[in-house]
Design a protein around this ligand. Sequence first.
Ligand code: PHE
Length: 488
Amino acid sequence: MAEDAILGYLAAAEEIPDSGQFASQHGLHHSDVVNVIKSLHGFRYIDAQDIKRESWVLTDEGKKYAAEGSPEVQLFLAVPQEGSISKDELQKKLQPSVFKIGCSQAGKNKWVDMGKQVSRKVQHVEDKVKELLIRVQNGEEISKDDVNSLKARKLIVAQTWKGYSVRKGPNYAPKRKKVATDLTRENLQRGDWKELEFKEYNFNAKGPPSESGHLHPLLKVKQQFKNIFVQMGFEEMPTNNFVESSFWNFDALFQPQQHPARDSHDTFFLEAPSTTRELPEEYVELVKRVHESGGYGSRGYMYDWKREEANKNLLRTHTTAVSTRMLYALAKQPFAPKRYFSIDRVFRNESVDRTHLAEFHQIEGLVCDRGLNLGDLIGVLEDFFSRLGMSKLRFKPAYNPYTEPSMEIFSYHEGLKKWVEIGNSGMFRPEMLLPMGFPEDVRVIAWGLSLERPTMILYGIDNIRDLFGHKVDLSLIKRNPICRIGLN
Ligand code: PHE
């Protein structure tokens, strides 16, 4: 419609001087006219020149008064023709803002006597403000003084109006030619391809975004850690057993049966099957002995070790259960040094909050060799974490039932400007290694950390539930970059 009007008008006239006036003369929306002008200009049917004008538009308050009348008139009308009304009474009849502004304006205009009692001073008033506002609304001109007074009362604001003046362009025609987008068999048969005008290719047009799969941030960071381990000569351990017996999760690790972590408040125990069927009996005997009375230079824990406790099935609370199985298998072979790692899921009976989930991933590394010492552990940790871009490390003495000494690992976070705990480490105790059958001089250094923590730091996620679990925002997974450069 707008297109026919514009092209038709230009057939007879030289110019459309103002698209705004043109729109109102033809009963069209200016925005429709503008869209058509842009399109016709693009195909050079017309030439369009920008025009800008300052105009006035009503503020929300202005629009309200244009509809309901100015506050001063509303107030005046609320005062009785004869006699007076108390100020409190008058206030009740009006909206608070209307009362407040009405009082000051009607007082200034000397329309009313403002005291405790309010009465009219004139018989009749005209709502000039409302009238002016309506004229502005209709796009009519008003005097400079009136503009200033409405502006001062914040009833109107300036707005730049943008439109076009339009003339015929080099491709002008009273009607837009339909351009062909495809050359069809029919075009060829009929021979009308000779007359057809074809739409030009737009090589700059962007295609629709292609859909593809997306890797979860945890998978990407997991891969990064895997690469580092592999570069350092570590082999991956098989971690495909979420269900584990208490024996491998705790007892074989010299963790006493009364230890609080073995409580159902901390660990998920299985109801069915509630116990394991198989444990290596000879080794179980040695583990029982080291718990009860020690050996290998240890006094043990001096309590009655119960097989039933060791048989209980649970969801593994750490991947160190896997490390323990692997070390047990290794000890059965003629000794050869090993470097093992794993990255997989563990479970803890925790109350869920923004930094804790009941299931998360652990990264674990261990080195098994003759004569290793704490210096080797520190060296391996520094090598490992520097490959992640964390070269400032600090260690703090800690306690684990299965390592001695044990150290918490801290890294200086340049972004947070503080030391943050990034992991736990230690040297496995002789009470754990010697019952497995390792030669006496074999030492195992090991460390563990969560996968979620570094992922949250790397991806700027501050609530773990946004990263993992049923509340994960899928768009977060789609949006995150394919490749990250720099790690902290
Ligand atoms: N298993 C420990 C934990 O769950 C981590 C750890 C692994 C500590 C190896 C020392 C040695 O936190």
